[in-house]
Design a protein around this ligand. Structure first.
Ligand SMILES: *Cc1c(COP(=O)(O)O)cnc(C)c1O
Length: 227
């Protein structure tokens, strides 16, 4: 199957889920996760209309950016080491994977040097999996409070990587929990925190995630094929 075909398939599924749960499809942004895939495939996706790409490694992102058109919005979705922050500040549209205050402080420091504001999401480990990065939900409110004190970091929402499950329904309670927290935080109107993004759902579970309120879904395999 071609990338264009896969893309139409995923977009069609997003539309029908949105229609079914009474959401506008404009509320859901599809991020094409192109990690490990060659630039040729990214170009093909670009040709089919994709403008938002997700990568999980700083080095790979830096290799791909100069080879692709300038109107692309790049999303960093993988764990970011503090010593690599310097290399990507100013290049991303959004960093989804801010999983510690130490990392947020480093982003603040490097963004200040370049005199810009970096938009981020706090990564939340809703299921408390040992193998995953992210704040526990119980820590997230405090983390948001600390981040709002950083003038060059803007927390615009939350992200989670749900457990790998055979049946996407198993992740519904995870997505629901994060949505509830998201709505709760939105209603509190914390200064410098304007939450509009809820990044959750991948190839296996994006439909359930949209049903539960996702505003960004990160789809790799479904668009580019198996890695
Ligand atoms: C790889 C990855 C995805 C995409 O996963 P697929 O199952 O291929 O859709 C989404 N989010 C993160 C954080 C990833 O690392």
């Amino acid at each position: 199957m071609t990338i264009e075909h896969n893309l139409q398939e995923i977009q069609g599924q997003i539309q029908s889920v949105c229609a079914r749960v009474g959401r506008s499809e404009d509320e859901v942004t599809l991020i094409a996760v192109s990690k490990t895939k060659p630039v040729d495939m990214l170009r093909e996706a670009y040709g089919a209309g994709v403008r938002q790409f997700g990568e999980n490694k700083v080095q790979e992102l830096n290799e791909k950016i100069p080879k692709m058109p300038e109107d692309i919005k790049w999303h960093l979705i993988g764990h970011l080491q503090t010593n690599k922050v310097r290399q990507i500040i100013g290049k991303t549209s959004l960093i989804h994977s801010v999983d510690s205050i130490k990392l947020a402080r480093e982003i603040e420091k490097e963004s200040e040097k370049r005199n810009l504001v970096t938009e981020i999401l706090l990564e939340i480990n809703v299921a408390k999996e040992e193998s995953k990065f992210g704040f526990f939900l119980e820590e997230a409110a405090e983390a948001l409070c600390l981040v709002r004190e950083m003038p060059h970091v803007r927390a615009v929402g939350l992200m989670t990587v749900a457990p790998f499950v055979a049946n996407a329904e198993e992740n519904r309670p995870i997505f629901r929990k994060l949505y509830e927290f998201y709505v709760d935080m939105k209603s509190k109107n914390i200064d410098n925190v304007n939450m509009t993004v809820l990044s959750m759902g991948m190839t296996g579970d994006f439909k359930v995630a949209i049903e539960e309120g996702a505003t960004m879904v990160r789809v790799g395999t479904g668009i580019f094929g198996a890695r």
